[in-house]
Design a binder for this molecule. Structure first.
Ligand SMILES: [Fe+2]
Ligand SMILES: [Fe+2]
Length: 190
């Protein structure tokens, strides 16, 4: 897959704006820090970070077409705002165009925007790193460090979701379900 990651990095250089590539670089660094701190395999985390937004600038008509043609699950909010399909489409391409079959990587890419119940450690790292990378203007440095210093990965993810809920006043149902799962799992402390 190291060769594969180079192909994807080249494709990102060709298809994504500089702004997006800088975001991806910051997600990689934040994800690598979280992975080291919580003892999670760094290789899959790095691949998922590089890939997670590879379709973020793909035209929405193309995202919808790919989702429909390839039988991806579509919910109401995806139809209202097809840019939300960039994770599922990237996950599909990773498996079908790049031949990556590591479930941890695929689910991390697919679910990076909203999370999902049953998401594994790689997925939790990418979900948190995407929200916490230092280019995000909605977080102060103080808030960012307070979240990053939480004792477990599950606590970091829950603190991200708490911040997100305070920002928007509500949560996507998939995010709410993941929060409930983590808070009930015993790996999270209030
Ligand atoms: Fe994204
Ligand atoms: Fe992202």
């Amino acid at each position: 897959m190291r060769n594969g990651i180079e192909v994807i990095e080249r494709q990102n250089r060709e298809r994504l704006s500089k702004k997006r590539r800088k975001h991806i670089d910051r997600v990689r660094r934040t994800a690598a820090e979280l992975a080291e701190r919580f003892g999670i395999r760094p290789g899959p985390v790095d691949i998922a970070a590089v890939v997670h937004d590879m379709d973020r600038e793909t035209p929405t008509g193309e995202l919808l077409r790919m989702a429909k043609t390839n039988g991806l699950e579509l919910v109401r909010s995806d139809l209202d705002n097809p840019v939300l399909l960039h994770g599922p489409v990237a996950a599909w391409r990773l498996e079908n165009e790049f031949g990556v079959f590591d479930r941890d990587i695929i689910e991390a890419v697919r679910c990076h925007t909203f999370g999902h119940t049953g998401l594994g450690a790689v997925g939790h790292v990418i979900f948190a790193a995407d929200y916490l990378e230092p280019g995000r203007a909605y977080l102060t440095d103080r808030e960012r460090s307070a979240i990053l210093m939480r004792a477990t990965l599950a606590e970091v993810v829950c603190a991200v979701i708490d911040h997100n809920r305070a920002r928007y006043g509500s949560l996507d149902s998939r995010t709410a379900a993941m929060y409930q799962e983590l808070t009930e799992s015993g790996t999270w402390r209030a």
